[in-house]
Design a protein around this ligand. Structure first.
Ligand code: ATP
Length: 294
């Protein structure tokens, strides 16, 4: 059996670091949004017991370091599947990496959903999230998708009103950001200005999506100098963006537009300066099975 799954990337509409837990992990307040940009991940049953991985883009590990590999191992452990568990995972990479767009986490989520079908385990979304969180805090969101508030390390989720009818322009500057270094930079901030968390959440609760989006913000922008960020935000704002912000711990920056023509105008300008510019829309799901071959 072979399953092909679309693994949607995410952006953080708001991202705040609210503290450090006893175990050293950061507590977050974030609202995440699935977007139409994403990898296509296929999972095929093979003979034997090996997990093999291939990827269209060099630089992404294809061994046990890949998030998809780790997710498969955790899935088999949880399901107590010890033999006849050979699979090949192929990642058609579209989502930029080291971008703060959760590309690897989305791939991992896609693999969990595929394995649940291939091995007929019938696990609920909640169980898949429980398996996924052992590999990464963003994986539960990537399984559930849509628009959601995420707390604690990001793994405690509450669904919010869908964001619909907007256009999202994403730009990945040449340089990527290492998540580890980004958190170290945020830790060294002495006077962090927190984002408008409560206010944004209230707008979402009241269904005032447009007002909510106006409050997009990310504390990592105070801690990191990402070349190109100011330029990208300026171009988006000049072309009528409702919001423009960095996603995750960087380096990608997005603009949200009500009018497609405004998004397209900013894309035209952005493409003169940046190589990786994408036009996306909000998605209501994190992963989507697009083909199943028996
Ligand atoms: P996040 O929003 O989760 O911080 P990110 O954009 O910083 O996402 P990813 O795309 O998830 O980062 O990947 C970051 C690193 O993880 C890469 O440098 C890569 O070596 C490694 N990695 C492991 N598995 C994957 C995968 N399936 N896709 C991309 N990168 C992966």
């Amino acid at each position: 059996m072979k399953l092909t799954v679309k693994a949607n990337a995410k952006i953080n509409l708001i991202l705040d670091v609210t503290g450090i837990k006893k175990n050293g992990y950061h507590s977050l307040f974030t609202i995440m949004q699935s977007i139409s940009l994403g990898d296509t991940v296929s999972v095929e049953k093979t003979d034997g017991d090996d997990i093999t991985v291939s990827c269209t883009v060099p630089g992404v590990p294809t061994d046990s370091r890949n998030i998809v590999y780790k997710c498969a191992v955790k899935f088999f452990e949880y399901a107590n599947i010890t033999e006849n568990r050979g699979i090949h995972i192929h990642i058609d990479k579209v989502t930029p990496f080291c971008a703060g767009m959760g590309g690897g986490s989305a791939d991992g989520a896609a693999v969990l959903v595929a394995l649940n079908k291939i091995f007929n385990t019938n696990y609920s979304e909640k169980i898949l999230c429980r398996i996924g969180v052992k590999v990464g805090a963003d994986i539960p969101f990537c399984i559930v998708g849509g628009t959601a508030l995420a707390l604690d390390t990001g793994a405690v989720l509450a669904p919010l009103t869908d964001v619909e009818g907007y256009y999202i322009v994403v730009v990945k500057p040449e340089d990527g950001v290492s998540t580890k270094e980004a958190y170290a930079a945020v830790d060294s901030l002495t006077d962090m200005k927190h984002t408008k968390n409560k206010e944004m959440l209230e707008f979402f609760a009241d269904g005032e999506i447009h007002n909510a989006l106006k409050l997009c913000g990310n504390v990592f922008e105070q801690a990191l100098e990402v070349p190109g960020r100011v330029d990208i935000k300026d171009i988006c704002n000049k072309n009528g963006a409702v919001a423009s912000c960095m996603t995750g711990s960087g380096s990608a920056v997005y603009g949200i537009f009500e009018e497609k023509s405004d998004a397209e105008n900013s894309i035209k300008e952005l493409k003169e300066k940046f190589a990786n510019v994408y036009l996306c829309t909000p998605e209501k799901v994190g992963v989507e099975i697009i083909e199943a071959i028996e």
